[in-house]
Design a protein around this ligand. Structure first.
Ligand SMILES: NC(=O)c1ccc[n+]([C@@H]2O[C@H](COP(=O)([O-])OP(=O)(O)OC[C@H]3O[C@@H](n4cnc5c(N)ncnc54)[C@H](O)[C@@H]3O)[C@@H](O)[C@H]2O)c1
Length: 285
């Protein structure tokens, strides 16, 4: 797998095997600093060992375990991590590595960006949704009282290391969640990608590095032009107004996943656009 870099003012991404890129050299710059790795229960079990055994620099890292799932993307968990940071004497120049899906990168980015007015952090996304969307662009945050992403900051990670090898253990329904955000990127910014992935037959085809890169490029192109969501970046919210409402509504009863909610949201929002004559019936279909 060839490692490629996408480097701009607002995002530094490395895509490819994490073993072959600049991760190790970057870790060496923290030789005299503490390193904390935030994981959830699944990435602790499925992804952490690979990372630590591959990079001896991480053998001394402090591992902090977050509970899984959207219901835990909340302030109470952040408080516990900040307290743990304090006990572990984490300083401003130390490094936080967020190893996980969108919940870990959203919450880990928030935790790091607030503590001591901002620690250095990197994301190592392990879900498809995290790789094509959540870990990119610097938006991080947590939910409040069942409302999505009510608290947060826009703070860029120092780098995002995207290695699709982590997807080997990701359950099928989570691949579907990532697919929803890939379809969103295709619909808002890459017609050719839409044609390529709309009829995709298998998970294997979807998680090809070339396909992931195309989906990522739609997002990075937008963020480069509008990092703070003055206008253009709002395109990335396609499906999310209705999607977040659905997520919040079902939160207390039968929670639905973010990708599922966004997929339904895109259909609903397209329908509204069509009804308002902003989208032709043909485009809607
Ligand atoms: N910041 C942004 O720009 C942005 C964009 C889109 C979505 N998001 C947020 O991302 C979150 C959704 O992300 P998600 O779908 O990755 O959810 P998630 O982080 O909950 O991950 C989904 C599940 O997969 C597990 N998992 C992750 N990687 C794994 C692996 N390699 N092997 C086995 N299991 C693994 C997780 O433990 C979890 O159970 C939502 O909170 C959403 O709001 C943020």
């Amino acid at each position: 797998m060839k490692t490629m870099k996408i480097e701009g003012n607002y995002c530094r991404l490395e895509i490819g095997s994490i073993l072959e890129g600049g991760f190790q050299a970057y870790l060496k710059t923290f030789e005299n600093q503490k390193i904390v790795i935030l994981v959830d229960e699944n990435t602790h079990d499925y992804c952490l060992e690979y990372l630590i055994t591959s990079f001896p620099e991480l053998e001394r890292a402090e591992i902090m375990l977050l509970p899984c799932g959207e219901e835990n993307k909340v302030m109470e968990v952040c408080f516990q991590v900040w307290q743990a940071f304090t006990e572990y004497h984490v300083e401003r120049k130390d490094l936080v590595i967020n190893l996980g899906g969108g919940v870990v990168t959203d919450m880990g980015g928030f935790i790091a960006s607030i503590f001591k007015r901002g620690l250095t952090f990197v994301h190592v996304p392990t879900s498809l949704l995290g790789m094509v969307d959540a870990a990119i662009g610097g938006k991080n945050g947590i939910d409040l009282d069942g409302y999505k992403n009510q608290l947060g900051t826009i703070t860029q990670p120092a780098c995002v290391y995207i290695d699709s090898g982590f997807l080997a253990t990701l359950p099928g329904e989570e691949i579907f969640n990532g697919y929803a955000e890939m379809l969103k990127h295709a619909l808002i910014g890459d017609v050719a990608l839409w044609e390529e992935i709309r009829h995709i037959q298998s998970e294997e085809e979807l998680i090809q590095q070339e396909v992931i890169v195309k989906a990522i490029r739609v997002k990075t192109n937008i963020i480069e032009q509008d990092p703070l969501e003055g206008g253009l970046r709002k395109k990335l919210n396609f499906g999310h107004t209705v999607g977040h409402a659905l997520e919040s509504y079902f939160f207390q009863s039968i929670p639905i996943s973010h990708g599922h909610a966004v997929a339904l949201g895109m259909i609903a929002e397209s329908y509204i656009s069509m009804k308002r004559n902003l989208l032709t019936m043909e485009s809607y279909k």
